[in-house]
Design a protein around this ligand. Structure first.
Ligand SMILES: NC(=O)c1ccc[n+]([C@@H]2O[C@H](COP(=O)([O-])OP(=O)(O)OC[C@H]3O[C@@H](n4cnc5c(N)ncnc54)[C@H](O)[C@@H]3O)[C@@H](O)[C@H]2O)c1
Length: 244
């Protein structure tokens, strides 16, 4: 559909008025529009009435129809505009809820080191007790495969979400991030271009340290949600992945 382009109107009025060596005051006098309004019209700060526009067009010698333009269809490009290959490392509460949700719209491979978990997920059964995950696995059409073969899963991934365990030893005041790091190393070995998103709990400064250690900018941290199971799940539903 064609619509008046007010940008075109402002540009044309300024160009024609200057071409004819008219001041804004003179144009105002010729059209009966207040001079301040002529100024605002040229600054795209005032939309004239049809009669005023007609008067300006006649004074400056153009057709109102010159201002019509085919309206550009508004193209909202969703950020996630394609199906991604996503690998999720770790199928505990965190990893499996994320994998389940993302598998509605993407190809997701869930990686774990425990064969029983992998088998259960591939049989659409949840290895953990969680009503939502159980229901989603059983009832939703998910593009989700589980595997023990991290290398294969990471090789083809656009994103790798790390939800491997990190244990804090309060006696030694030490965060054991070895499982996270094992995944990082494997991803960097087979697919250094993948974006690695750490969901695991990690100490302050850890992301910067691994980015420096492995000389990559592709590692980012997604901050903690509040709690496990339903709270995580409903948070994800409400705030992070609206297109449920
Ligand atoms: N970001 C958040 O919102 C959030 C919220 C709660 C917990 N967490 C953190 O997320 C992490 C995971 O929590 P969880 O409760 O799901 O843990 P979990 O222990 O229930 O599950 C971790 C899974 O990772 C698997 N795993 C271990 N090493 C692996 C490897 N190298 N590759 C692939 N899989 C591997 C384990 O077998 C296990 O199934 C923890 O660090 C936890 O503190 C994050």
């Amino acid at each position: 559909m064609k619509k008046i382009s007010y940008q075109k109107m402002a540009n044309l009025v300024v160009a024609k008025r200057k071409e004819q060596k008219l001041t804004q005051a003179q144009l105002a006098e010729m059209t009966g529009i207040h001079r301040a309004m002529v100024s605002r019209l040229e600054a795209l700060d005032y939309i004239p009435s049809i009669d005023q526009l007609q008067a300006v067009a006649e004074a400056l010698g153009f057709e109102v129809t010159d201002l019509f333009e085919e309206e550009n269809p508004v193209s909202y490009k969703p950020v996630l505009d394609k199906k991604y290959n996503i690998a999720v490392a770790g199928t505990g509460y965190v990893g499996l809820s994320i994998a389940t949700l993302l598998a509605q719209h993407n190809h997701v491979t869930a990686v774990d080191i425990i064969p029983e978990k992998v088998e259960l997920i591939n049989n659409k059964k949840s290895p953990i007790q969680d009503d939502y995950i159980e229901m989603y696995l059983a009832e939703k059409e998910l593009n989700l495969t589980a595997t023990l073969d991290g290398e294969e899963a990471y090789k083809n991934a656009d994103f790798v979400v790390i939800a491997a365990p990190t244990n804090y030893d309060s006696k030694k005041n030490f965060f054991d991030c070895s499982a996270v790091e094992a995944v990082i190393e494997l991803v960097l070995k087979v697919n250094p271009d993948a974006t690695i998103i750490i969901k695991s709990t990690i100490p302050v400064g850890y992301t910067a340290s691994v980015r420096a250690k492995y000389n990559t900018k592709n590692i980012i941290f997604s901050p903690e949600l509040t709690k496990y199971t339903h709270v995580i799940f409903s948070n994800v539903i409400k705030h992070l992945i609206p297109s449920m």
